[in-house]
Ligand binder design. Structure first.
Ligand code: PLP
Length: 501
């Protein structure tokens, strides 16, 4: 498809004005000199209909949740009810200014307050901050809370334990909070090695950040012992609950003794994850940690029956963002929780767990799992058996696109025994059995193709608007301007026929 610049026709306009209405007006009379560019700008000269058709065409090249299956592991790319988007975009919400006087935005504050209570109930925590704008931002906030808690006690702990099966953002967040990251190896079941944990947990250690289910999609069976080991040495327990899709109504991190938990409302709670849209990596804490939360939080004055922003005072870690939250994400979460009810939430998790185990059971003969056991809401298998046919997991993923499916997460996680050719499938609760069967059928078909006609995979995709891109060139020579594009196109024209712009 052509770029909009390539569609430019000299002197073509996108608008017209009557007669000589503006003939007298010169740009120099309207703008100060410094504001007028001396250089000629490379702008495309196109009509309005050219623009509309160009971008409509572009939008049709895209693939999203509204098009089909999107089983991206560790992402919870599930379909969310459209009505929730509609409610979050009601004028009363979108026109509310974050600095509006409290008495004029009582409804919005009430939603934040009530949502806090609901999330506390769902996770057995005592108070939430809605401020963090993403999961990793929540982790950083959680780490800063733990840091301030210990600093306040004159306790100089500086190490953070993180299992090798944790999400990659965990060690990054702990390091940003100035903790020394110490890795805890997994045992032969794919979960935290308790002996190793007991050896590493000492008086210099802040605690442990546990992703559960971990990045391989496995529940940690040792949580009770993990809790004892960490708390016994005075440490704190952090729960990465980004994927709460796996545990709604089944386990509550607070009941299991966790002190800090983060949830990705933009995965589990009715905001699609991905596309760079707004997120909310809210943080829940136990009572002792409430004073350290980012300030302010929404409180209720029962005497005057009004909601207000409560400044948490000097112990608070301060603000972690401008204003109070990505509010539309909170509205969608609130609506989703209320419309699902406790049984509905349980059902969502139960269905996503059954879906993942169904896919695993059907695929394991063709794509070997590293641990042959039940999984949580996602399953991890490998495509390493197809290496002998010259086929990589990347080729399998590309071939899936020919069949109209978004590929799962690949080459993640990267610790042993997963380091090789990993495929991580998350089939969320919003997918039907028919869709899962279709996916399974295609995956089996691809495994046969790998043996009989590997070239079909190594040259895939064949049916997509963009063929296989050259990852190396994309990383080394990013195209940031139209000139870059023309230059590169020229250079590579005769070198690599597989490259598609
Ligand atoms: C997605 C995810 C994160 C990070 O969340 P972002 O919103 O992408 O920053 C952290 N932990 C786990 C387990 C995740 O799946």
């Amino acid at each position: 498809m052509k770029l909009i610049f390539e569609k430019s026709i000299k002197d073509r306009d996108g608008y017209s004005l009557p007669g000589d209405l503006f003939k007298e007006i010169k740009i120099e009379d309207c703008l100060p000199e410094y504001a007028i560019s001396k250089k000629k700008k490379l702008l495309s000269e196109v009509s309005e209909v050219d623009v509309v058709r160009h971008f409509t065409k572009l939008s049709k090249l895209n693939y999203g949740l509204d098009d089909g299956f999107y089983p991206l592991g560790s992402c919870t790319m599930k379909y969310n009810p459209k009505i929730n988007e509609k409610l979050a975009s009601l004028n009363n919400f979108t026109y509310a200014h974050p600095l509006a006087p409290e008495e004029t935005v009582q409804g919005s504050l009430e939603i934040i307050y009530d949502l806090n209570k609901l999330l506390c109930e769902i996770t057995a925590m005592d108070e939430y901050t809605m401020a963090p704008a993403a999961g990793a931002h929540g982790e950083l906030t959680g780490n800063l809370i733990m840091r301030k808690y210990f600093v306040d006690r004159g306790d100089k702990r500086h190490k953070m334990l993180i299992p090798d099966s944790a999400h990659g953002t965990n060690p990054a967040s702990a390091a940003m909070a100035d903790f020394q990251v110490v890795e805890v190896k997994s045992n032969e079941r794919g979960t935290v090695d308790l002996t190793e944990l007991a050896r590493l947990m000492d008086k210099d250690t802040v605690g442990l950040m546990l992703t559960n289910p971990n990045t391989v999609g496995l529940y940690d069976e040792g949580i009770k012992n993990i809790e004892k080991i960490v708390h016994h040495k005075g440490g704190l327990l952090y729960y990465d609950g980004a994927n709460l899709n796996a545990s709604l109504g089944i386990i509550r991190p607070g009941d299991a003794g966790f002190d800090v938990v983060h949830l990705n409302l933009h995965k589990t709670f009715s905001t699609p994850h991905g596309g760079g849209g707004p997120g909310a990596g809210v943080i829940g804490v136990k009572k002792d940690l409430i004073p350290y939360l980012p300030t302010p939080i929404v409180a209720f004055d029962s005497t005057h029956k009004k909601y207000y922003l409560l400044d948490l005072g000097s112990k608070s870690i301060g603000m972690v963002r401008a204003f109070w939250s990505n509010f539309p994400v909170l509205i969608k979460t609130y609506v989703w929780i209320l419309s699902m009810g406790p049984d509905g939430l349980y059902n969502a998790s139960e269905t996503s767990i059954i879906n993942a185990n169904y896919v695993l059971a059907k695929l394991k003969k063709y794509y070997k799992p590293a641990y042959d056991r039940y999984c949580g809401h996602e399953c991890t298998v490998t495509g390493k058996e197809y290496k002998k046919y010259g086929v990589k997991t990347l080729d399998i993923a590309k071939r899936l696109m020919d069949y109209g499916m978004h590929p799962p997460t690949i080459y993640f996680p990267h610790f042993e025994p997963y380091a090789e050719e990993t495929i991580m499938v998350e089939p969320p609760e919003s997918e039907s059995k028919e869709m899962l069967d279709k996916f399974i059928e295609i995956m089996i078909k691809i495994s046969n193709e790998a043996k009989t006609n590997p070239e079909l995979l190594t040259t895939a995709p064949h049916n997509t608007p963009i063929r296989r891109t050259n990852d190396l060139v994309a990383a080394k020579r990013p195209i940031l301007t139209y000139d870059d594009e023309l230059k590169l196109k020229d250079e590579l024209k005769y070198k690599d026929k597989n490259i598609d712009f």
